[in-house]
Design a binder for this molecule. Structure first.
Ligand SMILES: Nc1nc2c(ncn2[C@@H]2O[C@H](COP(=O)(O)OP(=O)(O)OP(=O)(O)O)[C@@H](O)[C@H]2O)c(=O)[nH]1
Length: 286
């Protein structure tokens, strides 16, 4: 368990390293292995070491680089084996080059596929199966990273908390399945209103949260008003009494806060609406 956790942390850490720096490091590693291979001569087997830069490229760089390093690793065999022959293009060297090339390319392809599979598993684990919004824990995780970015760059952000009004009636009167369809329509409408960098999560049965990245209070007002209108229009066909109570907190990036504190503030703003009229938006500042 401990090993798995550490491995996951290393993976996440490497994912966060700038891809140009990582590319440079992988290239240096490749050169180092090729150089050591050349110096130690053809009798010292080095082929397994080349799997390291190929694997790193497949996992943490674009797939192009995995195939690039696979080719480079195969080419590295030529100067090493040339030490045994008068010319570089003798049949044994050409054969060795092609067989290594095939093995390395297959390894690169497997690495790329494995990474895609892990990304897909990550996506499935982080998403709510009904609405495809981020699950609560992941919303907090993604939100924490965005909050840190906001504090560093001193750019404000807003957190929106949306709770459906009278949703229980839909389940009770029209059935759970229709309730599900309504939740999907709500989530799809929210997603259609998101911009690059915004984070959308489902925090409870009929509770959704949106982190509007790099957004001022005034911008949040425009976005949430439009979103509420779109939401009401989207659920019109269900003929229910469902409306939306919405709380919005603006973080001015002037002091450190946690995502849980912002959610709590937006939640209580939403509850203030819920206790009074429902179907409205309340704005507060953190
Ligand atoms: N169809 C469906 N219903 C769900 C799901 N998750 C939670 N619910 C229901 O959502 C309802 C939420 O209850 P409340 O928020 O207390 O009910 P409400 O009628 O919206 O009440 P107010 O928020 O006070 O207006 C409950 O009936 C839950 O059973 C789900 O995934 N699908």
């Amino acid at each position: 368990m401990q090993i798995k956790f550490t491995g996951y942390k290393v993976l996440k850490w490497l994912d966060g390293v700038d891809s140009r720096i990582l590319l440079g490091l992988v290239f240096c590693l490749e050169c180092l292995i090729a150089w050591a291979d050349y110096l130690t001569g053809p009798l010292m087997p080095f082929e397994f070491f080349f799997l390291l830069p190929i694997g790193l490229a497949a996992f943490f760089l674009r797939s192009f680089w995995a195939y690039f390093f696979a080719m480079l690793s195969a080419l590295a065999v030529i100067p090493v084996l040339s030490q045994l022959f008068v010319t570089s293009f003798t049949p044994p060297i050409v054969m060795e080059f092609f067989s290594r090339m095939i093995v390395y390319l297959v390894f690169a392809w497997l690495g790329v596929k494995l990474r895609q599979l892990l990304n897909e598993l990550d996506r499935l684990a982080s998403q709510d199966s009904l609405t495809a919004a981020a699950r609560g824990r992941f919303f907090y995780e993604f939100g924490t990273a965005e909050l840190a970015r906001s504090f560093r760059s001193k750019s404000p952000l807003c957190l929106v908390f949306i709770d459906l009004d009278n949703f229980k009636e839909v389940n009770d009167n029209q059935g759970h399945q229709l309730g599900d369809q309504l939740l999907v329509a709500v989530a799809d409408t929210i997603k259609a209103n998101l911009r690059q960098g915004d984070i959308f999560g489902r925090l409870g049965g009929d509770e959704f949260a949106i982190l509007l990245a790099q957004t001022s209070r005034e911008e949040a007002k425009t976005i949430t008003r439009r979103m509420r209108e779109n939401l009401l229009a989207a659920i019109g066909r269900f003929e229910t009494r469902v409306t939306f109570s919405i709380g919005v907190v603006t973080y001015l990036a002037d002091k450190p806060v946690t995502i849980a504190e912002l959610v709590a503030l937006a939640d209580s703003a939403m509850y203030a609406v819920k206790r009074s009229t429902k179907n409205a938006i309340r704005y507060v500042v953190a």
